[in-house]
Write a protein that binds this ligand. Structure first.
Ligand SMILES: [Fe+2]
Length: 439
């Protein structure tokens, strides 16, 4: 016989007992694309919360729907939060895509299919003039530029999106539910164009595990550093965070540095530099900035720029390396502002000429674009910037870049606060590339 007290105790737990039955969760979500770095390829990545197969069915737009299919596999990602939430990250690589052709696809398995999306395979021609949207520091809360980016992406004005670190704020929070919701938010962009990333400081919790597991960049570094080619550009993505989170391995600074050196060496072989003369880097924390916080970039001896002499062995910074190998354009974020620099090296301005600073510049061109929108709002500027600061804005917004041809790159800044107005633009023109172009 159950006592009244026991019965009422059991009844009080009844809602919990009902809630403890987990839903079956085989429906694909958080669909996003990335370029695998091989011509004619595209990676489709998505999430389910139960184990399923990993399939993509696709076909040329206007052709028979889903006439082709490809299979991949899923990795189990267990978030390190106290709930130890488990998810399956599915990856399928499509190959032999026709350059510049548009495909329609869905992903999932016989236990559930996604909505239908489309993408245009990247054009393999070196005369292709790819159009990028780029920004960093876009969060789940207050993602101010997102609606404009969604609309513009769906209108087809971008070939690739570059997200230069700091996602979601933060992906691991609420037992990684913030990460899930952020990946759902960007599906409206990232399921249509390759969404290329690098890690930022907001990804650092649990050794960057949400970032490393959720994205699928080229190479074997779990999306930490990699390079790829598009049109006449060689694009290098790397982690500035190796300089700041030594607890995850000081050796990462050296590993990455050596990889960067090798990659730049290869990109500078005469036949490679002739085919892809532009070298563009993207990393989260800038070497220079004129914000009024105490961030690394506000300091003369920025760790990213000059390295770290406070550790053994001392770790080299990146400014000399990039200068030596003739990196043309360096893209950054982290500061929640937009700042364009005059061509700069060693804290000094090296304009092409007084009248045309970006025509045959004598040092790399730096752009900081970290004002897409997040819960930390925008940052403020130091009222007395150094002479390398050319243009600054605290508006929310993002940048556009087009690698027009082997000699011309166009860059502009969109203000979301001003309803999409272009508030800054430059042409970078280079008749010569590589270290000798500085002389
Ligand atoms: Fe950051």
């Amino acid at each position: 016989m159950v006592s009244v007290q026991t019965a009422s105790l059991l009844l009080s737990f009844a809602p919990l007992l009902v809630l403890s039955v987990p839903p079956i969760w085989t429906q694909p979500e958080q669909v996003h694309l990335s370029y695998a770095g091989v011509l004619g390829s595209m990676v489709v990545t998505w999430t389910t919360f139960n184990k399923t197969d990993s399939k993509v069915e696709y076909g040329l737009q206007g052709g028979r729907l889903f006439e082709m299919s490809a299979e991949g596999d899923a990795t189990v990602f267990v978030d390190s939060g106290e709930e130890k939430r488990k998810m399956f990250i599915h990856r399928v690589t499509l190959t032999d895509l026709k350059p510049a052709a548009t495909y329609v696809y869905h992903c999932g398995s016989d236990e559930g299919w996604s909505d239908i999306f489309s993408f245009t395979a990247l054009n393999s021609s070196s005369s292709f003039s790819p159009r990028f949207a780029l920004y960093g520091d876009l969060g789940n809360e207050n993602p101010q530029s997102l609606a404009r980016l969604q609309k513009e992406t769906q209108l087809g004005i971008y070939d690739v999106i570059l997200h230069i670190g700091d996602f979601a704020y933060d992906m691991h929070e609420d037992n990684a539910r913030i990460g899930d919701e952020f990946m759902r938010q960007i599906q409206s962009i990232a399921a249509y164009v390759p969404y290329m990333t690098c890690p930022g400081n907001h990804e650092s919790t649990y050794n960057f595990s949400n970032y490393r597991n959720r994205f699928s960049m080229p190479g074997q570094t779990e999306s930490l550093w990699y390079s790829w080619n598009l049109g006449s550009a060689h694009i290098i993505s790397f982690s500035t965070e190796v300089y700041f989170y030594l607890e995850y391995g000081m050796e990462l600074i050296f590993k990455q540095y050596n990889w960067l050196k090798q990659d730049l060496e290869e990109a500078n072989k005469p036949e490679n530099r002739a085919a892809r003369p532009w070298i563009i880097t993207m990393g989260h924390r800038p070497m220079y900035c004129s914000d009024d916080d105490q961030d690394d970039c506000t300091k003369f001896d920025s760790w990213v720029r000059v390295g770290r002499n406070d550790i053994k062995p001392p770790a080299p910074g990146l400014e000399d390396l990039f200068y030596h190998y003739g990196v043309d354009v360096e893209l950054w974020a982290h500061e929640h502002t937009y700042e364009r620099l005059w061509p700069v090296y060693g804290d000094k301005v090296y304009n092409g000429s007084k009248e045309q600073p970006y025509v045959n510049p004598k040092a790399p061109v730096h752009i900081i674009t970290g004002s897409a929108g997040c819960r930390e709002r925008t940052d403020r500027f130091n009222p007395n910037p150094k002479e390398w600061s050319a243009f600054r804005s605290t508006d929310y917004g993002y940048s556009r870049l087009q690698v027009v041809n082997t000699t011309h790159i166009y860059l502009e800044q969109v203000s979301d606060d001003q309803y999409g107005k272009v508030i800054d633009s430059i042409w970078v023109v280079k008749e010569r590339h590589g270290f000798s172009a500085w002389l």
